[in-house]
Design a protein around this ligand. Structure first.
Ligand SMILES: [Zn+2]
Length: 234
């Protein structure tokens, strides 16, 4: 079997037939119904190898250039939303001695195994997100005179934000990695759901009132999922 065709198998109670899923990193998941013979999966994958290769090529061509493959502790974290760079430095390495050389970068020190470093970075991201996104939401809410109930900030793979019927807003932590106009648009998008809990015409009219360029921004936001680096998704 082709070594490039690595995949994981997931048994689904709901699946009626075999399905192939490629995520934004080109990783393949084969979803099979409960009583499907797992030995058949190899044949299935081989039969579809042409499609898998083509689709994976297309997905990978959309990834950022020179992206390191796993293992993937980043050297540099760019919080585009606030235009700030952080250099990730392993405190066990001699690099720590050169902190001042890193100017204008700020340094984020990590230590331990790769898995521990990743946990550390993700906790750091969560704290940054609270510090940056909460006041941002508050400010835009005040500007638009739209109020909300509770706010949660979470790392999510596919959604940038949501607003519940109770006007609880959830923001994706990885918004920090996007351009500020996309963050602002997402916030406006969710705040407008406190008025219209749908995507009706009146809803979009309200959004347009606050952000006339909403169509282009919405499109960019949907495409932005694939720009999120691996370390931020795992
Ligand atoms: Zn919406």
């Amino acid at each position: 079997m082709n070594a490039n065709l690595a995949y994981v198998i997931r048994v689904s109670l709901r699946a009626k037939r075999v399905q192939m899923k490629l995520n934004q990193f080109g990783e393949l998941e084969i979803v099979i119904p409960q009583n499907f013979n797992q030995k058949e999966v190899v044949k299935f994958v081989e039969r579809h190898s042409g499609w898998i290769h083509r689709t994976r090529e297309r997905i990978l061509s959309l990834r950022p250039k020179n992206e390191p493959s796993s293992p993937f502790i980043p050297d540099d974290i760019y919080l585009r939303a606030v235009d700030r760079h952080f250099r990730v430095v392993n405190s066990a390495s001699s690099l720590t001695a050169g902190i001042e050389v890193d100017y204008p970068y700020q340094v984020l020190e990590v230590s331990g195994s790769q898995a521990q470093q990743l946990v550390f970075i993700n906790q750091w991201m969560q704290k940054k997100a609270k510090k940056i996104l909460l006041p941002w939401l508050q400010n835009v809410g005040a500007e638009l005179s739209l109020s909300y109930n509770k706010v949660t900030i979470r790392r999510q793979k596919t959604r940038w934000g949501s607003c519940s019927a109770q006007h609880n807003i959830n923001l994706n932590r990885n918004l920090l990695l996007l351009a500020p106009e996309l963050v602002r648009y997402l916030i406006i998008h969710e705040l407008c759901h406190t008025v219209h809990f749908n995507h009706s015409e009146s809803y979009w009219q309200l959004v347009a009132q606050y952000e006339p360029n909403y169509k282009a921004l919405d499109h960019q936001l949907n495409r932005a999922t694939r720009t999120i680096p691996r370390w931020a998704c795992k």
